[in-house]
Design a protein around this ligand. Structure first.
Ligand SMILES: NC(=O)c1ccc[n+]([C@@H]2O[C@H](COP(=O)([O-])OP(=O)(O)OC[C@H]3O[C@@H](n4cnc5c(N)ncnc54)[C@H](O)[C@@H]3O)[C@@H](O)[C@H]2O)c1
Length: 296
């Protein structure tokens, strides 16, 4: 049985653990948090997962590593230095980082050729995509192996051609979320209505076609060129940016709409998971080929 070491038992690490376990891997999870035992008992009940604060012990003998520790460059560099020293030289060391460059995580690391970002979307158990991001020193074999492992988990990974901060998903999300906050700050719409608007229009559309294909369809038989020249040409306004000094107002409104704490989180997470499961299969996941541009 292949062994995966998961580093970090937070929101993402626990979900990776369930996914690897379900795919038949032997799972080890490492985290210095004092409640690791209770957490694993609660979140991974009934699964044969080994949990330890000792990263060296967890990494030794691993066949693949999926790091999901704090999003801090310095902490990740330290974790990857330990991983480099205590894993075989054919083992891929993948980081779940949402935005940090693989070259920054691998700086000074003798195993930089084995380091790659494998960025999941939350929750990794359900979201099909993993963005695989190589740094300039990442070996092609590392990328190939990461893609193979993620496909084996039932994911639909995409390989980026080169690294960029935030990769692709979170760069798009950053622009979108900033505009959402700006509209709330401007008093144009409130938080629940903005979420409703996206779920009932753009979210549904993008789950089915993606923005470029939507553009093709929006232009009718003349295609996206027509849409850009016709409707698009009138969207020539400055979209503006949110005021960082007023971020607290937006966060207050979000907390008022959705609540905070364990009970609210559990309710929202269960609802999200139910809705996501309900649409995955009808939309063709996990088998829909991402390169299907000709309708074949
Ligand atoms: N939350 C998301 O939506 C999301 C999505 C995709 C990727 N990510 C990425 O996944 C990673 C983890 O994010 P998260 O949301 O699970 O964070 P989290 O705060 O829920 O969990 C981080 C865990 O790392 C542990 N930790 C701290 N120091 C450590 C160390 N030295 N070694 C091992 N573990 C250590 C903490 O105790 C904690 O349990 C980050 O890099 C983040 O960018 C997060």
């Amino acid at each position: 049985m292949s062994v995966v070491t998961i580093v970090g038992a937070g929101v993402i690490g626990i979900s990776w653990a369930r996914l690897f376990d379900a795919a038949g891997w032997e799972v080890r999870i490492s985290d210095p948090r004092p409640d690791l035992g209770e957490l694993v008992e609660r979140e991974l009940a009934g699964r044969p997962v080994t949990a330890t604060a000792d990263l060296v012990a967890a990494a030794s003998g691993a066949d693949f590593v999926q790091e999901a520790g704090p999003e801090q460059e310095e902490v990740k560099r330290e974790i990857f230095a330990t991983l480099a020293a205590h894993t075989r030289d054919d083992v891929v060391l993948a980081s779940s980082s949402s935005s940090l460059l693989p070259s920054a995580i691998a700086r000074g690391n003798p195993a930089a050729d084995r380091i790659v970002v494998g960025h999941p979307f939350n929750p990794p158990e359900l979201m099909p995509l993993v963005e695989v991001v190589p740094g300039p020193r990442t070996a092609a074999t590392t990328v190939d192996r990461a893609l193979e492992v993620y496909r084996g988990l039932g994911k639909s990974p995409i390989r980026l051609k080169k690294e960029i901060p935030g990769f692709v998903g979170n760069r798009l999300q950053k622009v979108f979320n900033e505009q959402a906050a700006h509209l709330v700050q401007q008093g144009v719409i409130d938080v629940p209505d903005l979420d409703h608007l996206v779920r009932a229009s753009l979210g549904l559309r993008w789950a089915v076609t993606g923005p470029f294909e939507s553009g093709v369809l929006g232009g009718g038989p003349a295609g996206m060129r027509h849409l850009v020249e016709h409707v698009g040409s009138q969207l020539a306004f400055d979209a503006g940016r949110p005021d960082p000094a007023r971020t607290g107002e937006v966060l207050d409104a979000v907390e008022q709409a959705y609540g905070t704490g364990e009970t609210a989180y559990a309710h929202l997470a269960a609802r999200r998971d139910d809705r996501t499961r309900a649409v995955l299969e009808p939309l063709g996941w996990p088998d829909l080929p991402s390169q299907d541009t000709q309708g074949q």
